[in-house]
Design a protein around this ligand. Structure first.
Ligand code: NAD
Length: 308
């Protein structure tokens, strides 16, 4: 299959690299010139859980225009730039092109849909994890299930083909009839962990060592749960607070992506995580003071990076 990966950082390179190894024609599209140049010159190096190797049969380009059309576009930019990235890559989308987002945060489907329409979008979540080591190299840090599905829940042949494509390449995947519930389910965990780790500098598991961080985590997740319930979202687990704590325990040694972002003075996904809860809540007339505080504090951190 002719596959374009829009945003070939940690996750885009991981999925793109593995799909290329499985024999697909993969084009990595990324604005990070040094990364694109390194992959062109030396191939894509993946280390970590799936083994150390260099993948040479993957194409890397800075502009989607060099690709032409694709049958599948995997959108793996950060959710902060989804809309501008898709706008800059409209040449990838032909009448039949499917877009798949496995990004974190709320609003990616809406932003992709605002550019290409909603007809050909699949969404999902993934428990795979990766980090960028440097130009041309990523580290495969986590393995787990990827779930994909239609926005409205139907189990369709194209969703089944997508899961099969991943499974055949060795990325464990299944079709879900509730991807929006899964996206919210992952969002609630990120609401409880990400901003708190970014603000405190703690590892995920260390949030559970302090009654103060536990209390804020619980309040933030409960507020977000209230919003999810009001929106009629079918969450994939019973108790969001204990689920978030279980995830923090299971990933205890992880530095969350938001902590990594603030450590590297990069823009975070706060607006699509805690910030999205605040916005959704406002529309529903629900108060979410804890998420507002977390959002405001991370915003101020981002704004004042240069001064510290
Ligand atoms: P990343 O920052 O490593 O990669 C994003 C890439 O997008 C970068 O290489 C950047 O140069 C590129 N980019 C930015 N603007 C672009 C544009 N206009 N066109 C093309 N490329 C552009 O991020 P990541 O960690 O791979 O995360 C991607 C998404 O996946 C996020 O939503 C994240 O929350 C989610 N996610 C990450 C992990 C993980 O372990 N890293 C796990 C699950 C989900």
């Amino acid at each position: 299959m002719r596959i374009a990966v829009l945003g070939a950082g940690a996750m885009g390179s991981l999925f793109g690299g593995i799909l290329a190894e499985a024999g697909h024609e993969v084009w990595l599209v990324d604005v990070w010139k040094e990364h694109v140049d390194a992959i062109r010159q030396r191939g894509l190096r993946i280390t970590g859980l799936s083994g150390d190797r260099v993948i040479r049969r993957v194409q890397a380009v800075e502009s989607a225009k060099e690709v032409g059309g694709a049958e599948l576009v995997l959108v793996f930019v950060k959710s902060t730039v989804t809309e501008e990235a898709v706008r800059g890559a409209v040449s990838l989308f032909e009448g039949h092109t499917l877009a798949l987002t496995l990004q974190n945060g709320l609003g990616n489907v809406e932003r992709i849909g605002s550019v290409i329409g909603f007809q050909n979008i699949l969404a999902g979540i993934t428990a795979q994890g990766a980090t960028v080591v440097g130009p041309g190299e990523i580290y495969h840090a986590g393995q787990g299930l990827t779930a994909v599905g239609e926005l409205k829940g139907a189990v369709t042949p194209r969703a089944e083909r997508m899961a099969a494509l991943f499974n055949e390449a060795g990325i464990q995947a299944q079709v879900s009839d509730n991807v929006m519930g899964l996206i919210w389910g992952k969002l609630l965990v990120n609401v409880g962990i990400n901003a708190l780790t970014a603000l405190t500098g703690l590892l995920n598991g260390q949030l559970l060592d302090h009654p103060e961080t536990m209390e804020v985590m619980e309040m933030a997740v409960l507020e977000a749960t209230q919003v999810a319930v009001a929106k009629g979202i079918r969450l994939p687990y019973e108790d969001p607070v204990s689920h978030t704590m279980e995830v923090a325990r299971a990933t205890s040694r992880n530095r969350s992506s938001m902590l990594q972002d603030v450590s590297n003075r990069r823009k975070t996904e706060i607006e699509m995580i805690n910030g999205a809860i605040v916005r959704e809540a406002e529309e529903l007339g629900i108060q979410t003071p804890v998420n507002r505080v977390l959002t405001n504090l991370v915003r101020v951190m981002e704004r004042t990076y240069a001064r510290n």
